[in-house]
Design a protein around this ligand. Structure first.
Ligand SMILES: Nc1ncnc2c1ncn2[C@@H]1O[C@H](COP(=O)(O)OP(=O)(O)OP(=O)(O)O)[C@@H](O)[C@H]1O
Ligand SMILES: [Mg+2]
Length: 501
C-alpha cells in the first residue's frame, strides 16, 4: 500500500505520519537534525530542520541551511496561513518553508522581502513528487545551495523577543541560538547570549557535523495515593511524545507491574513462561556491571511508533530490603541512564503508590515530576506527603551534586466530565492546590473517559487463548477526546522541559 497523507485525520497525524515518519526521513533529516515546537519570541514553529549541524544555530542571511515545516489540520485552508508563514520566514531569515494540511503540500521560498510559492502538490502525489521536493529542501540539496546571499536580506525584526539573544541583536546582525543539547528549542532554551568573539561565518563553515551534546530528560510520574492515574498517564504520555518524534523510554518502578502490563510486555498466561522474572528493573538496580538499560529494555508494540520499556516484576517487592542495603542501588539507574543518553530524548518513570525505595529512586533519578491527582480529599492530603518526600529527596540530590527536581505540576486526572462539575466544582478544586499546598497545577486535564480504561484492556485471540493486547489511546481511539487531552499534555510537557539542562 502506498503512502497517502490525505488519510491523516487531524493536525497531530499530519505531524506524526506525514512530517515525522515520512518527509523528514525521506528528505534525509535524522532525528538529531530537527526540532519540534521551537519558540522564538511570539513565533512558534512546528518543525525546524537543519541541513548542517552547527553550534550555535545561526538564523541569519545564511539560513538557507534550514527549513521550517508547519502542519495544519486537514480541515484548514492553507491560504489562511500564508501571511503568518511569510512572517515566520522573513523575520527568522529562513530560506524555505513547507506548509501542509495533508491534502496539499506547499513549499515557499523567501525572496528578499516576501515569499513565493516554489512548489505545490497534493497529498496523494507526495510519493511521486518526492524527488522534486528533495531537490528543493532535501538535506543534501540545501547543503549544495550557495551559502552567501545578496546583502539585501531582511534584518531581524525588532519585535521578536528572543530573551537575552534579542537584546544583543541589532538590526543587521544575525540571530545566533545556542541550544543546550535538547532537540527542542524553546524560548527559555534560547537564552544564552552569543559568545562575544563568535564569527558567524566561521560558525557556518566550521565542521558541519559537529555533534550536540545529547541530553535525555527524565520525568517521574508520582503520587503516593493509589489509583489516581499514574500508570495511565505514564503510558499514554509516552505514546503522545513518541508520536511527536521523540525517542521515549518508559521505566516501570512499581512491583504491581501495571505499566509493564499496559505496554503489552506480559504476553504469557502461565508463570512458567514468565520471561521477565530474570531480566527486569530489579536487575538493573542490583548489578553494577551487568544488566544495562539496553539489555533489559524491551520494545513494546502498544503504540505506533514502538516504545522501549524497562519492565517491573511482582518480585520487586521482596528485593526492596536487599536493595536498600546496597549503597549504590539508589544511584544505579541514574548511572546506567548515562549510557543511553543519545538513544532517547525522554524517559518516563512510573512509580508505586508509596513512599518506598523505588519511589525514592524515581525521584532521585528524574529531572522533572508530574503529580497526577483526582483532586479529591485523600489525594489532596497525600500531597503533603509528596511534598515532604520531594524535600527529603532534594536534600539527597544536593548531596550528590544534582539540582532539585523540578515539579511540572499537579495533573488533574480522572476528572468527571459532568458539565456542572466542570463549571463549578472543578475550578474550586484546582484553585485549592496552589493555595493550600503551594503546588502549581498543570493546564492540561485528563478527564475520566471510557476509552482510557478500555484501551489497556484489549486482548487478542490466539488459538483458544486470550492474550492481552493493550493499546495506547492514540491507537485505540485516535479521534477521541482522551487522545486530544494527551496531545495537549505532551505539548505542555515539552514546553515545560524545554528550558532545563
Ligand atoms: N482518565 C481516566 N479515565 C478513565 N479511567 C481511568 C483514568 N485514569 C485511570 N483510570 C482507571 O483507573 C484505574 C487506576 O488507574 P491507574 O492504574 O492509572 O492509577 P495508578 O495511580 O497508576 O494506580 P496505582 O497507584 O495502583 O499504581 C485503572 O483501572 C485505570 O484504567
Ligand atoms: Mg500505577
Amino acid at each position: 500500500m502506498s503512502f497517502n497523507p490525505e488519510l491523516c485525520r487531524n493536525e497531530s497525524e499530519v505531524e506524526s505520519k506525514l512530517i515525522v515518519s515520512y518527509l523528514l526521513p525521506k528528505l534525509g533529516y535524522p532525528p538529531e537534525t530537527w526540532h519540534q515546537e521551537v519558540a522564538f519570541g511570539t513565533i512558534r514553529l512546528d518543525f525546524l530542520a537543519f541541513a548542517t549541524q552547527v553550534i550555535p544555530f545561526v538564523l541569519d542571511a545564511n539560513s538557507p541551511l534550514s527549513v521550517v515545516m508547519e502542519a495544519k489540520s486537514p480541515r484548514q485552508n492553507l491560504d489562511r496561513h500564508v501571511l503568518k508563514f511569510r512572517r515566520y520566514l522573513t523575520s527568522l531569515n529562513v530560506k524555505y518553508g513547507l506548509l501542509t494540511n495533508g491534502h496539499f503540500i506547499r513549499i515557499y521560498e523567501r525572496v528578499p522581502n516576501d515569499i513565493r510559492l516554489a512548489f505545490e502538490c497534493t497529498g496523494k502525489e507526495v510519493e511521486a513528487r518526492i524527488d522534486n521536493i528533495y531537490a528543493i529542501i532535501g538535506r543534501e540539496s540545501l547543503k549544495e545551495k550557495p551559502v552567501i546571499e545578496s546583502p539585501d536580506i531582511l534584518p531581524i525584526q525588532n519585535n521578536l523577543s528572543l530573551g537575552s539573544v534579542n537584546q544583543e541583536v541589532s538590526d543587521s546582525q544575525p540571530v545566533i541560538l545556542t541550544p543546550q543539547g535538547s532537540r527542542n528549542l524553546t524560548n527559555s532554551e534560547v537564552q544564552s547570549p552569543p559568545p562575544a568573539n563568535l564569527n558567524t561565518q566561521s560558525v557556518l563553515n566550521s565542521s558541519s557535523e559537529e555533534k550536540r551534546k545529547p541530553s535525555v530528560k527524565v520525568i517521574a510520574v508520582y503520587h503516593n495515593k493509589g489509583g489516581v492515574g499514574k500508570t495511565t498517564v505514564t503510558v499514554n504520555l509516552a505514546a503522545a511524545l513518541s508520536r511527536k518524534g521523540k525517542r521515549v523510554l518508559v521505566i516501570d518502578l512499581d512491583s504491581q507491574a501495571n505499566t509493564t502490563f499496559a505496554t503489552g510486555l506480559i504476553k504469557f498466561d502461565d508463570e512458567e513462561e514468565d520471561n521477565l522474572k530474570e531480566c527486569n528493573i530489579r536487575h538493573v538496580l542490583q548489578s553494577e556491571d551487568f544488566y544495562s538499560i539496553q539489555e533489559v529494555a524491551k520494545e513494546s508494540q502498544f503504540n505506533n511508533p514502538e516504545i522501549d520499556v524497562v519492565p517491573a516484576h511482582i518480585t520487586l517487592m521482596q528485593y526492596e530490603n536487599e536493595l536498600n542495603q546496597l549503597d549504590y542501588s539508589k544511584l544505579m539507574l541514574l548511572q546506567k541512564l548515562k549510557d543511553v543518553e543519545d538513544k532517547y530524548d525522554i524517559v518516563i518513570i512510573d512509580t508505586p503508590p508509596s513512599l518506598n525505595l523505588y519511589a525514592r529512586i524515581a525521584l532521585i533519578t528524574s529531572d522533572y515530576l508530574i503529580i497526577p491527582s483526582d483532586l479529591k480529599p485523600f489525594a489532596n492530603q497525600g500531597l503533603l506527603n509528596v511534598k515532604d518526600f520531594v524535600k527529603k529527596t532534594n536534600e539527597f540530590r544536593k548531596f550528590i551534586g544534582k539540582d532539585k527536581i523540578e515539579v511540572l505540576g499537579v495533573l488533574p486526572c480522572k476528572i468527571s466530565t459532568n458539565a456542572r462539575f466542570r463549571e463549578y466544582t472543578l475550578p474550586a478544586h484546582i484553585e485549592l492546590v496552589p493555595k493550600r499546598y503551594d503546588l502549581k497545577v498543570m493546564k492540561s486535564i485528563i478527564y475520566q473517559r471510557e476509552e482510557l480504561s478500555k484501551c489497556l484492556e484489549t486482548s487478542q485471540d490466539v488459538g483458544n487463548m486470550q492474550i492481552p493486547d493493550p493499546k495506547s489511546v492514540f491507537d485505540y481511539k485516535p479521534d477521541g477526546d482522551s487522545a486530544k487531552e494527551f496531545e495537549q499534555l505532551a505539548k505542555e510537557v515539552l514546553k515545560g522541559i524545554g528550558g532545563k539542562k
